[in-house]
Design a protein around this ligand. Structure first.
Ligand SMILES: [Zn+2]
Length: 480
């Protein structure tokens, strides 16, 4: 038993030995994804896709409960329409894939494979909105987008990725701003309730905001290696897009006005965040509420009387309370199964064997810390919800501790450079609001400003980079 386990576990690189390789190993060995012959385009294998489905399910519910409707826009955008966004947004130049041939004909107008659907929404809204009675429109789309990336990594950066993009239009600035903040809160709560990831929330600096947005907000997560990962963004567009695309409405006062617009998105990057925040040397560790398999039941000596019967009965009882359960009665050895489900990060493993059955008991092992307890099988269904809540809390607290232990303050620029180059995590520092200082920081250290947190601390009166008056506290980090 131990031999097979050792062999399987040794096949992934140590997390602290080579984090990038460890990450790739986990993605593949936990069967989350696989590569294809088209570089940058991955297969989301069932186990990886199921994590995405659980994220979708949570978000989709929250979106609908806050009055949003799902739509589906086409995969392609005519080039002339696409270029209209470029005219409006300086610096909007995603690497696109372009369709030039349809059937055997060279197309008269080339078609862009959507890198985002902003212009499709703008164009559509300009046609369907004319009065204040038509507002607000709160649309969301689940789809994939294509951005021709040079370097790609599973889930973190791909030429194609899956996401949701919300696009809303409103009669007033106040309503649009409330939308932008409300959706950011939903992303934050996704972390708190489902992913066990504490996010830092705040506003992006002008340098880091989405080109064309008046303001961009983000949730940032800290990975185990101390790098930050932008995990979701919301944008307030003001009336800029509306004026450019003629999305106007006649208001109650009879005056024709441009709408106030927002957009917001989260993607399969979140799967990368889950892996890099929680994983360990034995593989994936999944938070229980997002895990595709929440409980795995492994029969020990399943040929012995009562073992398989009890295991099956337990599975049925757990499914009755809506848990996602797998009974692995395959003929692989229990040791092999233990390490396989460890690799896959299944939160709870239940072992049912002939010896424990004599007293009606089974062994429950937690993936998060390996803690094993013996419990009566009949009591287990009632106990599992509390066990899952416990595990979720342990994982959230551990991740929060990692953020707290790796968030440091710099009051001089030398101190900043020392911390950002030699310690993992965030460095908080005051900033004057000038882009030159951000540029200098990036040049000197490769770190970027992640966000200006909503809860601002006063760490000093001047910007340590230039000595000018400090305007904001900023979280800086090296980032994915
Ligand atoms: Zn400065």
């Amino acid at each position: 038993m131990t031999n097979t386990k050792d062999k399987l576990v040794k096949s992934i690189t140590g997390r602290d030995e080579d984090f990038a390789q460890w990450y790739t190993d986990v993605c593949r060995k936990a069967e989350l994804m696989d590569y294809t012959d088209a570089k940058g385009f991955i297969i989301y294998r069932p186990y990886g896709y199921a994590i995405w489905e659980n994220i979708q399910h949570y978000l989709d519910n929250r979106f609908k409960k806050t009055g949003h409707e799902n739509v589906y826009m086409p995969l392609v955008i005519p080039e002339s329409l696409f270029n209209k966004e470029g005219e409006h947004v300086k610096g909007f130049a995603p690497e696109t894939a372009i369709i030039t041939i349809g059937g055997k004909e060279v197309l008269q107008e080339r078609l862009i494979v959507r890198p985002t659907s902003e212009v499709l929404f703008c164009d559509h809204y300009s046609k369907i909105v004319s009065s204040y009675r038509d507002l607000p429109k709160k649309y969301n789309q689940w789809c994939s987008v294509v951005r021709w990336e040079k370097t790609t990594r599973p889930f973190l950066r791909g030429s194609e990725f899956l996401w949701q993009e919300g696009h809303t239009i409103h009669a007033t600035e106040q309503e649009a701003r409330a939308e932008v903040r409300g959706m950011l809160d939903i992303y934050n709560e996704l972390g708190r309730d489902l992913l066990a990831i504490p996010f830092v929330m705040g506003q992006k600096t002008d340098k880091e905001k989405f080109a064309g947005a008046v303001e961009t907000y983000s949730i940032e997560a800290l990975m185990h290696d101390g790098k930050a990962l932008q995990s979701g963004t919301t944008h307030y567009f003001g009336t800029g897009f509306a004026s450019h695309f003629n999305i106007n409405f006649q208001d109650k006062d009879g005056v024709v006005k441009p709408v106030h617009q927002t957009s917001w998105g989260a993607s399969t990057r979140l799967i990368g965040a889950i892996i890099m925040v929680h994983g360990d040397d034995s593989g994936l560790v999944l938070p229980p509420f997002v895990a595709p398999i929440q409980v795995v039941i492994i029969p020990i000596q399943s040929a012995k009387p009562g073992v398989l019967e009890n295991a099956t009965l337990l599975k049925d009882n757990l499914e009755k309370i809506d848990l996602r359960v797998k009974l692995d009665d395959s003929d692989k050895t229990p040791g092999w199964k233990f390490s396989e489900y460890e690799m896959k990060g299944v939160p709870l493993r239940v072992e049912i064997g002939p010896r424990d059955l004599e007293t009606g008991e089974c062994v429950v092992a937690r993936r998060v810390d390996g803690l094993k307890t013996k419990v009566k099988i009949v009591d287990l269904p009632a106990m599992i919800p509390a066990m899952m809540a416990d595990i979720h809390k342990i994982m959230y607290d551990k991740a929060l501790e990692n953020v707290q232990n790796n968030t440091r303050i710099a009051t001089t620029y030398d101190e900043f450079k020392d911390l950002i180059n030699n310690k993992p995590g965030y460095v908080k520092m005051m900033w004057c609001g000038h882009v030159e200082c951000e540029n200098k920081i990036k040049e000197d250290t490769t770190a970027t400003s992640r966000c200006m947190p909503f809860i601002q601390e006063h760490l000093g009166d001047v910007c340590p980079v230039c000595g000018r008056k400090a305007e904001k506290e900023v979280f800086f980090a090296k980032a994915y």
